[in-house]
Design a protein around this ligand. Structure first.
Ligand SMILES: C[S@@+](CC[C@H](N)C(=O)[O-])C[C@H]1O[C@@H](n2cnc3c(N)ncnc32)[C@H](O)[C@@H]1O
Length: 285
């Protein structure tokens, strides 16, 4: 496996997925009953931004660093910035926490978390970064999803963030997510996908669209090459989440206005056939 998240840590796609992740976990914590969190592709948990090659400029510079330098006003953006600030007490951005550390910080004492990472070295790093917290597994994340759901808590969130390095990963995502949603119908599922090749991504979305109560939240640059957009498939979007995400869209759009003078980034809810859902995903029934 060649994929190394170090080079992508804190990029705009991480900003997109981590903002939604934080919003969903905070929403789950509004009820006192414990929740379960499963991270099927966890990574190593904490990334040293100082140790990245500078040419070309590291990806976080056009991602999280924009939020770091601008002290955003929206409460969700400010919360995200504050969670990352815990790793950077000197005020200089050096460390970027991955999804496991963010979830760990948002969990209450009775919530349960499980992290799955297939690469032994990264799993060992993750264990170190999480301290003594149990639930770090070194295995295949898709297999673990079926093994660990439905959770006894009966409520929770599964985050699937595969690297899409192998051709089979999209097939495995569609198949495993479909099965897991049937096994754990009340669960919230969040799965990331890239926008590099439009036909590929639209094809993946069409296949995922067979899952009941699935919606897609895409964040696009007006124009670009390489990774020009970040996509999230969400199953069972809780009430209140679309409004919360909509509230931050103007500020996010103005902060991520690049190149200067462009229309900025655009956030859109769509169905799998690419139809825009007018500002609203399919909510949990
Ligand atoms: C995109 S990174 C994860 C980033 C992390 N979710 C975050 O937001 O900070 C994907 C990770 O999945 C791991 N991985 C790749 N294939 C896997 C598999 N089949 N099961 C579990 N982990 C896998 C990679 O080693 C890599 O660390």
């Amino acid at each position: 496996m060649n994929y190394d998240h170090r080079f992508h840590a804190g990029n705009f796609a991480d900003v997109h997925k981590h903002l939604v992740l934080i919003a969903l976990l905070e929403r789950l914590s509004e009820k006192p009953t414990p929740w379960f969190y499963l991270d099927t592709h966890a990574g190593s948990g904490l990334y040293d931004l100082d140790r990245l090659p500078q040419d070309p400029p590291p990806e976080f510079r056009r991602g999280f660093e924009i939020l770091w330098q601008n002290s955003p006003a929206d409460p969700l953006l400010a919360r995200y910035r504050a969670l990352v600030a815990q790793d950077n007490p000197s005020g200089t951005l050096r460390w970027y926490p991955g999804s496991p550390l963010l979830a760990h910080r948002l969990a209450r004492s009775n919530d349960r978390l499980a992290f799955v990472e297939a690469v032994p070295q990264r799993q060992a790093e993750l264990k170190r970064h999480l301290g003594r917290r149990p639930g770090v597994h070194c295995r295949d994340g898709f297999e673990a999803l079926l093994a660990l759901t439905p959770p006894p808590e009966g409520r929770g969130l599964v985050f699937l963030d595969p690297p899409y390095e192998q051709v089979s990963e999209a097939d495995r995502l569609v198949e495993t997510l479909s099965r897991a949603c049937t096994r754990f119908p009340q669960g919230i599922f969040l799965a990331w996908y890239p926008w590099v090749d439009t036909d590929w991504t639209n094809g993946l979305k069409r296949r995922l669209d067979r899952i009941p109560r699935i919606s897609f939240l895409d964040w696009w640059r007006p124009r670009g090459n390489g990774l020009w957009g970040s996509g999230l498939a969400l199953v069972n979007v809780p009430y209140g989440i679309p409004e919360r995400l909509e509230r931050l869209a103007p500020e996010l759009s103005s902060l991520f206005r690049d190149p200067p003078g462009s229309t900025g980034w655009r956030t859109t809810w769509t169905s799998g056939d690419g139809r825009e859902l007018p500002g609203r995903p399919r909510l949990r029934g």
